[in-house]
Structures are given as structure tokens and as C-alpha cells.
Design a protein around this ligand. Structure first.
Ligand code: ZN
Length: 1129
């Protein structure tokens, strides 16, 4: 045995689940392999190399790229990723940080990992590092004198963006330009130009000795097999260095200078298309990595300070009539001594110059008067914060120290008073604990790997460790698994007095110097940089001359040829077989669907009296057609429910409400509405209060209650909502929340309170609208966000079907519509027309909550409505997800709660029914009633005695088709709807350094069901797109774009070709067309689509499928997706 078990520990990833961590060390070197027994289908590997940056040339990052180009024993480029795909993975990947480089692999099942690991390690330890690889992968000048290379282009597209500049400048100041943390480990383009291949070879020698390398494997894997497979390749494990000499230094922290006001401030301009908003960020040095008490303590304090909109930082800077920022984010970064980062984004950038321009001035004066008036009228109202005690001048925000002084007040206040009360300490720790459990359930592999990396970094780089396990103080082994104590420490912290918390803020925030970076938006800089690039190229053409350029072009061609993927057939034939898919350990899951039918129909299907069909459908069965036309119970807005049980710690409720009956002019309000829910006052009806008196909860109490009860919560249009864009199912409005299991009933009731009894007020409207507008400005700067916004606009606007709810909603929530709309909202408030906004928000709420019966009834009264025309109602639906051993009947519990709340809600609506405003809004024509009532299907309804329209209730089941939601009716993409003028569009965006492109074709392969093309198209897309596949090689390999891919959107029936971060979109697109043309020839087809490649692509598809169900939430979502679109195995 040449591996020795060095240490063992365990980690409680869930309260009732303990995972074992085992560290093995190679006998003859410091090479380690650490196993974490994470359950589930995936096995993830990280090969970790601690690496430092001595400058901005990007040595660790450029080396990271070259590792994948071939190795001593596997010189063929592409071999590694073909093997990875065949081992049920999507390929290998890597990342570079300031203090380490990680090489990662995730496989479905463990067999693939065992096959790949020795080969992956061969690449890491013995890469070929040939000069031609440097040329294509890192940097070269092409025949037109353009600087190119994959890494060069990657960094060129990133280095001038706001997030990258912000991050780098915070670090440069925090580490005083003297540490690995103060350099750009990815490389700055100006320095990459001066980098040579030899420097990279030297760098590899120094940092990539096996004695510096560790492997972390999370998953259920046969450890003996892994160790044995490595023992067979001792050259990858034995050190090439004299072990008594440590030639890699520790990371030392240079002292911070004494400065005035204890603040080191820097102003950085970034190129961008508008000058509306910037960001302001702060950094401090945090506790050493092993000081978990202080680390968790600070995490808890910041969670209290920034997390919810009721928190002190949000209250002070964001949730205001005049917000000073639209978002705040905190990060405790695991540098060798940790760093604390606090970032305010969406900070309004208003200069004195912009105020002095003519007409504007008057407006501004007027504005401030209106604001004053507003605050006066507000004081007469009930209990809202008086924010005017603050004197914020927006013009000053970007002056050094101005924002900081406001921020410091918050910290000073905390250092003096601590948490508002002991209760709050406990609540915040509780919240912190549950968020960590949630994170561990969502992504145990990444979280646990990162915990272990922190132990390894301390061992390798700390000057000193309180645990005495730093290499540089002569320790011989790291203590692995220190984070297993976090839950115990949290328990301990609950007992600590206020002094402990106050001292933390003094020690880490108030006493040491603070770093401030002010990020100023600068549209001129964008133009300058663009013209400089053109000038530079012209200069290079002159300087190099045609001869030299021709030579460069020839060299490049040789290099590309040298790097081509050309794996000999016998090498391919010798690849191990694709692992047995059936052996992958899958998550457990049970699913059933219930449809709510009227009691008279109910009896046909079951003998239950509780109004639901419990002859449930298992797994992938579809409702049979006879069930589709049965008599639904119309008394609620939804008709069916999916119930999932799986390996989860949490209970989850999602209610999907249809929006097709909502008047078009109200759709503009969706975004405002979704963002306000959970953050707006709620009027709890007397039936639900202790003292039987109705109670108005102010929005801060609503926010606090939500964060106490819900692990997470959301309101949105559709699935995959990013505020101004939904992935799909945008015809529905979704409200969802999750909680610990014992809070489930409370969770249901709270969601109903939010949905049914939320109230809207001016205070919340103005602050939400302003913050949304800031976020919108930031969205407009993102190439990929704008690409989807523009596509949506074209597809939706060219499609004239006003009955296509999904497209109407997509368009309504898009940046193009929301920008003018939000501006209108802000001016309406300023013109004292807030009532109009409130009425519209209330109207949306009311519409969403209409029972199917009311929807039908109203459609009968409005012959122009799409519902009336189609005679079809698409109801909402519900999904509940529970732990496998949940004791009670969650469906019964949910329905009981819903019906109780809904009854109270309906009564409250009826009381208000004769509001004249409302009637104009609804656009009703009450006279239409008479004709429609003489229908045969009338029924007596004894319960409905106060119905004011007519005495007899119609059974709308016979008038309207109630569509089943499982599967959900789709409207696939129709390319013919797009007129010629919109078939090809180019949109210039200043400030972007690279281009983004997308092309759509129709690919309706969900209908008819089953459609056998589904499998073929899926495999084809994967075959073309996979790492080191045809698109990857010809587009990324040539440096035309960072990524080019074919993607199949099943729901909308679209097949797309897209480019991400492209420096040459035209050339990249031509490469794609060439591949397609080549596939049209016999020879080309055999080359691109050989059996080998098809098998590899299939294996890769299998991986993606397993991986999408590798967590509890993945399992829950895949059941829903399956039911909505018909399960495809
Ligand atoms: Zn990279």
C-alpha cells in the first residue's frame, strides 16, 4: 500500500446526516487525495494546485488553458474531453483564483471518474506546453494585425467591465500592490502581450510538482479502486523536488498605511453606454481562515445588516423614496486571511454638470418641492419611516468618503448598541444555519469542496495558523474538515453577549483602515477605447509591414494545424466502454397528480368526499383524455396539483396562476407587482389574528416574518425569471416559498396572506420603481441580457396573436416596455396620482385570484375577451414538495388552508364590489347577461344567495373547455410570423468589447407526441456543441468567440445557434455554416458524425439528464417539467 490514511473526520450536511471525510497521503510525497462521501448520482473531482501570481501576466490562468492541450502520455488534443464525455460527463473544466488553480470533473456515477483521473492528472503534471499551443491558446497577432488568442480575447472582453475592475481595484488597495491577491491572476492584456511560453514552462515547474497537488473527490466512489488506479502511475505522484526546501513562499499581508479618516479611497472609471448608475464598494481584512468563531460571527452580523429589505443597510440606502443604491451584497472571501467585501450597486450617478443644463434645472427645483410636499402629506398618514432626517445630496455620492460616512454611522450604531435585542441574535443565527443547510442541499459538492480548499490553502500559504498546521511553520499535515464545527459554533454563539458582537464590528470594521472603490460610469471612455483599438491596429499594420504580416499569418496557420484535433483511430478504439447507466445511484422520488373535480363527478372516480380525484397518476403517466373533459371544480383559480416526495430537508409550495384573462393594459404592472409582494404591507383579516381584530402589518414586519418563516421565497412571471425576462411558462404568475417541515402549515397560511391581503402604498411603490429602474439600466449594459430582450421583442411584436398570453407577458416585462413604464410610474407619483397605480396593482391581485367560475362568468359578459372567443380556460396549478417521511397529508393541509383564506378573501372582495372605479377598469358590459343565461345547463346554487347578477348559477363547465395543465398547452415558435425587416437585426451597444449573436429556427419536436426527432436533435446539438467538438474547435479554437453553441429550447420549439463573447461574430458564424455544409457531404458526415462521435454525444446527454436530477430541487423541478411538457425519458 503506497497511500496512507492520514486523517478522518465527518461533516453534518443535514441535521440528521453525517458525511465522512477521509484524507489519504502518498507515502513518498505530499500528494493528497481527500474523499467526501456525498450521496447522490454525481461524483465530482477537483485537482487543486496552490498557485501564486507574481505579476499581471496571468501565468496561472494561461497555464490552466494549456493544460488541456495535450500531455506527455496523451499528446492528442481532444482525447481528454472525448474520454470525459464517454465517461458520462460534459467534459473537464478549470478555474483560476488568486491563490489556487482548480481542475474539475463531474461524472454521473463513479466509474467514469476512476477511468479519467489518472489521465487528467497526466495533463496537469506533465502537459506538453508546445510553442504552437501558446500561439493559438494564449496570444498571437493575426494576418490582419489584430491581437488574438483564446486567453487574450477572454481577458480583453472582461478586463474593462465594471465587476472585474471593481474586484481588481479593491484587491490592489486591500493588499497594497504587494501580494498575489493584488494582481490579476487571469492576466491583463497589456502584460499578456509580453508573456512567453518559457515563462509558463518555468512557472509549471515551480508550482505543479506532485507534492503541491491535492485531489478532492465528492461522491459515492470505491476509494480502493481510485487509489489503486493512481498507484499505477507513480510518475504523477512522486516529487521532483528536494522536499527539505520550500521554494513557494507563504502569503504575507503587507501592512496598511495610516491614513486620514482611516479610509483608502480610489475612483475608477469604467466604459459603458450610459452614465446613469455606478457602484461603490468597500473591503476590509477579515479573520484568519481557522478563526471560525469570528468568521461566522461576522457572517451573522452582515446577514442581519444587509439581507432583507427591512435590514439596516437596505433601509438606509435602498428602500427609500430617493434610493442611494438599488442593491447591496456582502461576501466573506476565503483568502488565506479572509477578506470582507461590501458592494453597493445601482448607485445613481448625478453630477453637478448634468444638473446645470438649461430646462432641467427648473424641473429639479420642482421635483424637490414635490418631494417636500410628499413628505408632509405622508406625516399625516400612519406609521411610516421619516427618512427626511437624513440629508442626502445625490450629487456628492461619488466624492471620496461621502458614502462611507453614511455607512460608518450604521457600523458605529451597531458597535454601540449591538443587535436590537437578544431575540434578534437568535433569529439571525437560526436564519444563517438554515441558509447553510439549504446551500448544502442545493450544491453539496461545491460547498464541501470549497470548505476543504480553505484548509489546504491555510496549510500551504499561511504564515502561521492557530491550529499549528501551516507548512511554513513546519507542520507536515493539514487539518482537513475544520468546517465540520460550524453548526456547533453557531450553537455556542447563541449564548454570547452583545459585547462579543459589538467587539467584532469594532475590531474588523471600525478600527482598521477601510478600502473604498468608487466605480464611475463613463460613456466617453467607451468611445475612446474603441477608437484606440482601431488606431493601434492601423499602427501595427504600418509597423509590421505586409511581409511580416504574411509571415505571422503563415505561422498561425501552422499552429492551428498543429493544434487540430486528430486522434488516431486505434487510440479511439482503445477508449474504455461507456459505463453502465443503470448503476448510477439516483435520488429517490415519488410523484402523484391530483385533479380537483366537482363532487358529483368525483364519485365516479373515487369514494372520497373531499372534492378531489385521488386516483393519482404515478410518475410519468399522463392524464387520460377522459379525465381532460371531466367536470372540474371551478371554485378555485387552479384545477390540479402535483405532489412530490423526495430526499429533501424542506417543504416547498408553488402556486401557478394563469394570467390570460388579465386585461392587456394591466400587464405592464407585473414586474412592479412581483417585486412588491413579500415587501409590502399586509392587512391580516380578523379571522387570522389573535385578538380577532384586523391588523395592518407594516412592510418591515412582513419582510421580517417572511425571513423568519421561509427558507426562500419568490414571486415572478413564469419560470426562470430574471425580473425583465422569463425562461418559459410566462403565461403564469408564480408565488413560491419553502420552509422547514414543521413550519409547513404556517408557510401555507403566510403565502395566502401575502397573495390575498397584500396592500400597496406610495412609499413602497416609489422606492421599488426607482430601484427597478436602476437595475434595468444595469441589465441594458449586458450583451447577453440585451440579446434575449431583443429576440423577445421581435418574436412577440411580429406575432399578432393578441391571445398569446405568453408573448404578451414576455413583452410586457421586457426592458423595452419597463423602462418607459417605470418612468411613468415615478412621474405619476410625483403628480400625486398614486391612487391610479394602487388601483391597478389591486386589480392585478384580484384578477390573479379569480376562480375559474368568475373568469367564465366575466368572459360571458365581455364578448371581446380572448377567453370568450376561444371558449377555453387554462386554470392554474399547484406543486407541493415534501421530505419522503413527511407525516401528514400535505395536500389536505394545503387545501384546508387555501379554502379557509380564500373564503375570507372572497367575502372581503364582495364587500367592496360597488366601487365605481373598478367597474370602469373592468370594461364590463352588464347588459350582455340576459342572452347568455338561457342555457340548458343551469343549476341551483343554494349557497349563492347574495349573487347580484342573476339568481341562478350557470355551470360553466359546459360552456367553456377547461384545459388540463398537465401537459400544459404550448404555443411553439412560428418563424413565418417574423417579417422580412426583422429577420436580421444588429444592435450596437457602446461599452461592450465583444459581440453576442443568436439565430433561431423552428424545431417543434414536442408534437406530435412522441416525436422521435427529439432524441436525434438533442444528440445532434450535443455532438456539435460539446467541449472539443466541431463548434468548439473551429470557433473557440480560432479565437473567434469564447463560446459557440447549438441549443434546443423544447418548450418554445426553437433550435438556436449562439455566440457568446465574440470578437469576430462574422467569421464565427461562417465557421458554423461551413460545418453544416460539410455535414451535407458523405465524407464530411463520416468525419463529424461517426459512430464514435454519436456515442460520445449520447453519453454526454445522459450525463446532463442525470445531473439535472442530482439535487432535491432538481428532482422536484424535473417532475414538474415532465408533467408540463410530457415526460421524455
Ligand atoms: Zn480562461
Amino acid at each position: 500500500m503506497t497511500f496512507i490514511l492520514e486523517s478522518t473526520s465527518s461533516f453534518n450536511a443535514q441535521p440528521n446526516q453525517s458525511l465522512e471525510i477521509n484524507t489519504y497521503k502518498y507515502e513518498k510525497s505530499d500528494f493528497r487525495i481527500i474523499f467526501v462521501d456525498v450521496p447522490g448520482p454525481l461524483c465530482s473531482t477537483t485537482i487543486l494546485v496552490p498557485t501564486l501570481s507574481p505579476n499581471d501576466k496571468g501565468l496561472p490562468h494561461t497555464l490552466e488553458h494549456l493544460i488541456f492541450c495535450g500531455s506527455k502520455n496523451y499528446p492528442h488534443r481532444g482525447y481528454l474531453d472525448s474520454l470525459a464525455n464517454r465517461c458520462l460527463s460534459t467534459g473537464t473544466n478549470a478555474y483560476t483564483m488568486e491563490d489556487c488553480t482548480g481542475y474539475t470533473l463531474v461524472t454521473a456515477g463513479a466509474e467514469g471518474t476512476i477511468n479519467i483521473l489518472p489521465i487528467f492528472l497526466d495533463h496537469v503534471i506533465q502537459p506538453s506546453l508546445r510553442p504552437y499551443q501558446f500561439l493559438t491558446e494564449i496570444y498571437h497577432i493575426d494576418g490582419t494585425a489584430k491581437p488574438k488568442g483564446v486567453v487574450f480575447c477572454e481577458m480583453a472582453s472582461r478586463e474593462n467591465t465594471e465587476p472585474d475592475l471593481l474586484d481588481l481595484h479593491l484587491r490592489m488597495n486591500l493588499f497594497q500592490h504587494k501580494s498575489t491577491y493584488s494582481y490579476e491572476c487571469g492576466g491583463l492584456t497589456k502584460d499578456i502581450k509580453n508573456l512567453s511560453n518559457d515563462e509558463i514552462i518555468e512557472y509549471h515547474k515551480k508550482f505543479y510538482d506532485p507534492s503541491n497537488v491535492s485531489v478532492i473527490i465528492c461522491g459515492l466512489i470505491d476509494k480502493e479502486k481510485v487509489l489503486k488506479s493512481l498507484e499505477e502511475v507513480p510518475e504523477l505522484l512522486c516529487s521532483h523536488k528536494d522536499s527539505s526546501v520550500i521554494d513557494i513562499p507563504a502569503i504575507e499581508y503587507p501592512p496598511l498605511p495610516n491614513v486620514e479618516n482611516n479610509l483608502i479611497s480610489e475612483t475608477v472609471h469604467f466604459p459603458v453606454s450610459d452614465a446613469d448608475v455606478g457602484s461603490i464598494s468597500y473591503a476590509w481584512r477579515g479573520p484568519a481562515l481557522e478563526n471560525l468563531k469570528d468568521i461566522i460571527g461576522l457572517d451573522v452580523i452582515f446577514r442581519y445588516l444587509y439581507e432583507t429589505s427591512a435590514s439596516p443597510l437596505c433601509q438606509r440606502f435602498i428602500e427609500r423614496k430617493t434610493p442611494l443604491a438599488s442593491d447591496v451584497d456582502f461576501e466573506l472571501k476565503g483568502t488565506v486571511d479572509s477578506s470582507l467585501l461590501l458592494i453597493f450597486s445601482g448607485v445613481p450617478y448625478i453630477t453637478e454638470g448634468s444638473k446645470d443644463q438649461g430646462d432641467d434645472e427648473e424641473d429639479n427645483v420642482e421635483d424637490s418641492n414635490i418631494l417636500d410636499e410628499m413628505s408632509i402629506s405622508k406625516d399625516n398618514g400612519n406609521n411610516i419611516i421619516e427618512e427626511d432626517e437624513y440629508n442626502d445630496n445625490l450629487e456628492d455620492l461619488f466624492k471620496p468618503g461621502v458614502f462611507f460616512n453614511k455607512l460608518k454611522e450604521i457600523f458605529k450604531n451597531f458597535a454601540e448598541n449591538g443587535f436590537p435585542n437578544e431575540e434578534m441574535i437568535k433569529k439571525t443565527i437560526d436564519r444563517h444555519r438554515i441558509k447553510i443547510y439549504e446551500m448544502l442541499e442545493e450544491d453539496p459538492h461545491e460547498v464541501l469542496t470549497n470548505y476543504i480548499i480553505q484548509d489546504l490553502l491555510r496549510y500551504n500559504f499561511a504564515v502561521h495558523s492557530e491550529l499549528h498546521d501551516a507548512k511554513h511553520e513546519n507542520a507536515t499535515k493539514p487539518i482537513i474538515g475544520t468546517r465540520s464545527q460550524i453548526f456547533d459554533i453557531m450553537k455556542e454563539l447563541e449564548t454570547y453577549p452583545q459585547e462579543f458582537w459589538k467587539d467584532l464590528v469594532k475590531k474588523y470594521i471600525l478600527e482598521p483602515p477601510t478600502i473604498e472603490v468608487l466605480m464611475v460610469p463613463d460613456p466617453e471612455l467607451a468611445n475612446e477605447q474603441a477608437s484606440k483599438e482601431i488606431q493601434d491596429q492601423e499602427d501595427r499594420i504600418k509597423r509590421l509591414g505586409p511581409e511580416k504580416l504574411k509571415h505571422l499569418d503563415e505561422e498561425l496557420k501552422k499552429a492551428l494545424k498543429d493544434n487540430e484535433i486528430n486522434i488516431p483511430q486505434e487510440v479511439l478504439d482503445n477508449m474504455p466502454p461507456i459505463p453502465d447507466v443503470t448503476k448510477i445511484p439516483l435520488f429517490r422520488g415519488e410523484v402523484s397528480i391530483k385533479q380537483f373535480l366537482t363532487s358529483e363527478n368525483d364519485e365516479e372516480y373515487n369514494n372520497n368526499n373531499n372534492n378531489m380525484l385521488s386516483s393519482s397518476m404515478k410518475d410519468d403517466e399522463l392524464p387520460s383524455p377522459s379525465q381532460l373533459i371531466t367536470q372540474y371544480d371551478l371554485s378555485r383559480p387552479f384545477s390540479s396539483l402535483q405532489h412530490v416526495k423526495t430526499d429533501t430537508f424542506f417543504t416547498q409550495v408553488k402556486v401557478y396562476l394563469n394570467t390570460s384573462h388579465i386585461p392587456e393594459e394591466l400587464r405592464d404592472y407585473f414586474v412592479l407587482f412581483q417585486e412588491m409582494l413579500f415587501c409590502t404591507p399586509v392587512e391580516i383579516p380578523k379571522e387570522f389574528t389573535k385578538d380577532h381584530q384586523p391588523k395592518l402589518m407594516d412592510y418591515k414586519s412582513v419582510v421580517e416574518n417572511t425571513s423568519e418563516l421561509c427558507t426562500s421565497n419568490e414571486a415572478s412571471i413564469g419560470i426562470g425569471n430574471e425580473i425583465f425576462h422569463a425562461s418559459y411558462l410566462s403565461e403564469t404568475f408564480v408565488i413560491s416559498a419553502s420552509s422547514e417541515r414543521y413550519k409547513y402549515n404556517e408557510l401555507c397560511e403566510w403565502m395566502m396572506m401575502i397573495l390575498m391581503f397584500s396592500k400597496f402604498d406610495e412609499e413602497r411603490i416609489i422606492s421599488t420603481a426607482k430601484n427597478l429602474l436602476s437595475q434595468l439600466t444595469e441589465t441594458k449594459r449586458e450583451g447577453s441580457d440585451m440579446l434575449s430582450a431583443i429576440s423577445t421583442k421581435i418574436i412577440a411584436e411580429c406575432n399578432e396573436d393578441r391571445g398569446n398570453t405568453s408573448l404578451l407577458n414576455d413583452l410586457a416585462i421586457s426592458v423595452f416596455n419597463q423602462e418607459p413604464f417605470l418612468q411613468k410610474i415615478i412621474s405619476l407619483v410625483e403628480e400625486h396620482k398614486t391612487n391610479e397605480i394602487i388601483q391597478n396593482l389591486e386589480e392585478i391581485q384580484k384578477c390573479l385570484l379569480k376562480s375559474m367560475e368568475v373568469i367564465a362568468e366575466e368572459a360571458e359578459n365581455n364578448k371581446y375577451s380572448p377567453i370568450y372567443k376561444k371558449k377555453e380556460i387554462i386554470p392554474g396549478f399547484v406543486q407541493l414538495a415534501m421530505p419522503l417521511d413527511y407525516e401528514n397529508d400535505p395536500i389536505e393541509e394545503f387545501l384546508t388552508c387555501w379554502d379557509k383564506c380564500y373564503k375570507v378573501y372572497q367575502t372581503s372582495i364582495k364587500e367592496k364590489k360597488y366601487d365605481p372605479m373598478e367597474i370602469t377598469m373592468m370594461n364590463h358590459s352588464h347588459n350582455d347577461n340576459d342572452n347568455d343565461n338561457d342555457n340548458d345547463e343551469k343549476m341551483e346554487d343554494p349557497n349563492d344567495d347574495d349573487h347580484h347578477h342573476h339568481q341562478k348559477k350557470i355551470n360553466y363547465n359546459y360552456l367553456y373547455k377547461i384545459t388540463s395543465t398537465f401537459p400544459f398547452p404550448r404555443k411553439p415558435f412560428n418563424i413565418k410570423s417574423i417579417d422580412e425587416a426583422h429577420q436580421s437585426v444588429i444592435v450596437p451597444i457602446a461599452g461592450l468589447c465583444t459581440s453576442f449573436l443568436i439565430q433561431y429556427v423552428e424545431s417543434e419536436i414536442l408534437s406530435p407526441i412522441p416525436n422521435e426527432d427529439f432524441y436525434a436533435v438533442t444528440v445532434l446539438a450535443e455532438l456539435l456543441t460539446r467541449t472539443e467538438g466541431p463548434l468548439y474547435t473551429s470557433i473557440r479554437g480560432n479565437g473567434y468567440a469564447y463560446d459557440g453553441s447549438i441549443c434546443l429550447y423544447l418548450w418554445s420549439g426553437q433550435l438556436t445557434f449562439s455566440l457568446y463573447d465574440s470578437s469576430e461574430p462574422q467569421k464565427a458564424t461562417m465557421e458554423f455554416y461551413q460545418i453544416i455544409e460539410e455535414m451535407n457531404t458523405k465524407e464530411g458526415w463520416e468525419k463529424i458524425c461517426s459512430d464514435f462521435h454519436i456515442d460520445t454525444a449520447k453519453a454526454s446527454v445522459v450525463y446532463k439528464n442525470v445531473s439535472s436530477k442530482s439535487t432535491a430541487s432538481g428532482v422536484i423541478y424535473s417532475y414538474l417539467r415532465g408533467a408540463l411538457r410530457v415526460i421524455i425519458k
